[in-house]
Design a protein around this ligand. Structure first.
Ligand code: AMP
Length: 129
């Protein structure tokens, strides 16, 4: 069965999309630690990040770097943190999280956002790519 991220990439499930190219896809995390929390995903469905072949692994890092720069331009924050977890969704992905404090990296701390806020934020990040 396809992962939820494959369904998002294929357009079967909606998302707040930021960018895609031939190999990668970026969208806002639906349950963000902070506003602008974004996931970067390889289109190829591989569970664990370090099982990606070198080309896809390095490509994902390059793609994430581009997305992080656009998030930083859009969201007032000290820096963009990056983390890999994968305990919930077995499809390799990078979390990019706008940070002001160490606490912003804690996955117990979440912010509520309306649909309109998600849509506006995704558009603003896209415009800064
Ligand atoms: P993890 O697999 O532990 O790295 O966490 C998966 C992340 O995916 C969590 O931060 C979820 O909030 C996020 N997530 C799960 N389903 C969706 C979805 N449909 N759209 C956007 N983000 C999602």
């Amino acid at each position: 069965m396809s992962s939820i991220f494959t369904k998002i990439i294929n357009g079967e499930i909606p998302c707040y999309k930021i960018a895609e190219d031939d190999n990668f896809f970026a969208f806002l995390d639906i349950n963000p630690n902070t506003k602008g929390h974004t996931l970067c995903v390889p289109k190829k469905e591989v569970d664990k990040l370090f099982d990606l072949d070198d080309e896809l692994y390095l490509g994902l890092m390059q793609f994430s770097k581009k997305i992080a720069a656009a998030i930083k331009k859009t969201v007032p924050c000290d820096r963009i943190g990056m983390t890999i977890i994968g305990l919930e969704v077995p499809h390799a992905h990078v979390h990019l999280i706008p940070l002001n404090t160490m606490d912003d990296m804690r996955f117990h701390k979440k912010v509520a956002m309306s649909t309109a806020e998600f849509e506006a934020l995704a558009e603003s990040i896209k415009a800064n790519l």
